[in-house]
Design a protein around this ligand. Sequence first.
Ligand code: SAM
Length: 292
Amino acid sequence: MSRRDLRERGDDASVAFDKPAKKGLGQHFLHERGVIDKMLLAIDPKPGERFVEIGPGQGALTFPLLDRHGALTAIEFDRDLLEPLRAAATAHGALTLIHADVMDVDFGALAAGEAFRLVGNLPYNLSSPILFHALAYAASIRDMHFMLQKEVVDRMAAPPGSKVYGRLSVMLQAYCDVTALFKVPPGAFRPPPKVDSAVVRLVPKAPTRIGIDDPARFEAVVRAAFGQRRKTLRNALSGVCDAEIIAAAGIDPQDRAERLAVADFVRLANVSAQSSAQSSAHASATDATPIR
Ligand code: SAM
């Protein structure tokens, strides 16, 4: 079916921006009305909520969100899209456009004390950096709905024991409830990407549910454990924490990272952090002993 036929049937939501897609910016513009409607249903915007969109592109999500919600802030890196977006948005609602690389945006400052909802059909080449960037501002974000490469969503939501369970799964699931929502075929985008896509929801957990004492230690333990996922924990974690500490956390040092639950990693990192704190306290007490 041609693009014109689809438009006449009301299934093609693309906007005639007349700008060629830039591959380097991961531009695959969503055009299938059914997929956009499903995303909106999943997001379920409510009056009074604040929304921030990453990469509005040609407005496929932006305009329906504005129609439903009235106001939205969007961060777009492609200068060529700003004016057409601004012009087209006036028919839909109040769009605040920020021209920036999302990786440079301070979400804490953007929230200014009022947590917002973050949405976006992300540039796939930047998916993981954007996810970790958002995670650093979890306290400023109420929830996130992202369109990503399906393979990435599978990794994000994977349970322990799964082949794709890894660093991304543990890091995200430690800080957020992660739910894979639905799959989207390449034909929903123009130009179509080479891979399937999927929509995922992340809801940051309250600090009391996270329970990580030392985030840097947790990061280091997870990174090392999956750095050599075929090795036993005893070997993979050598240099980060020794077998006694692994055992003290109630984990078998002969086990492998892919079998550990997120809670196991949290416990292991906490025991490891406590043990280093005790060793440094002991070392400074020893240092303080006067020499006679
Ligand atoms: N939301 C639109 C849609 O669904 O059709 C566009 C999605 S397209 C996959 C990704 C969008 O992110 C593009 O508009 C692209 O220009 C923008 N983008 C790419 N890199 C970016 C960055 N570093 N910061 C902000 N936006 C970026």
